[in-house]
Design a protein around this ligand. Structure first.
Ligand code: DC
Length: 212
């Protein structure tokens, strides 16, 4: 049996990972796996339990109740939380915050690791996240580290929020972006970091087509 192929894309938020990953998945007929959605789903559950996102002990104690599955549909992995499909509810600002906090916990990272590896062991995937090339799939066939300046990423996120009628200012979005970058880069476990064998692509001045 041929070994499946994998493309790992890591980088900070709004660097264009999901746009690039979806385009590559479509181009090559691979499955697109958004690993941030898994952390967001854990965050959603923890939030629904009314736990603080800082309460590591309670979060770890809740893990055995969390059953996360990915079902493959239309070329991508759809996340199920205890049997129900999660939708845009994992995209809210509070879920972003919870996702970022729960992703610092080694128990949460270990909890989601085999799920990610199992999918890549069975299917050709384009997987995006923060630690795909460094931890999840260290033997990925292609590794890309995608970046863009904080200002460009904040502007993208700001325009996206405006289109959803969220009224945050550009300044708030930029400040949040810088804070989340700092947390994702400085955490001791699986920090956001370019793998030595990853290709660095800066999308600050690139259109989505040019990035592909
Ligand atoms: O990519 P995203 O914004 O949906 O990710 C949400 C959070 O999950 C982000 O703050 C960092 C974390 N994350 C992670 O630690 N490792 C991954 N592979 C993907 C996401």
């Amino acid at each position: 049996l041929a070994m499946p192929l994998s493309i790992a894309i890591d980088g900070p938020s709004a660097s264009g990972k999901s746009t690039l990953a979806k385009a590559l998945a479509e181009k090559y007929g691979f499955i697109y796996i958004d690993t941030g959605a898994l952390y967001r789903t854990v965050g959603l559950y923890v939030h629904e339990l009314c736990l603080s996102s800082q309460d590591a002990e309670a979060i770890v104690a809740a893990l055995p109740e969390i059953h996360i599955e990915m079902q493959l549909r239309d070329g991508r992995g759809e996340v199920y939380l205890n049997g129900r499909p999660v939708g845009d509810e994992i995209r809210t600002p509070v879920c972003s915050l919870y996702a970022s906090d729960v992703s610092k916990l080694p128990e949460v990272r270990a909890f989601l690791l085999s799920l990610q590896r199992d999918i890549a062991a069975k299917h050709n995937v384009v997987m995006d996240g923060r630690d795909i090339g460094t931890v999840v799939l260290p033997n990925a066939d292609v590794k890309i580290f995608l970046t863009a300046s904080a200002e460009v990423r904040a502007k993208r996120r700001y325009l996206e929020l405006q289109s959803k009628s969220v009224s945050d200012t550009y300044e708030t979005v930029l400040a949040d972006m810088i804070e989340r970058d700092r947390r994702d880069t400085e955490r001791p476990i699986a920090p956001l970091k370019q793998a030595p064998d990853a290709v660095l692509v800066d999308t600050s001045e690139l259109s989505p087509e040019e990035s592909v």
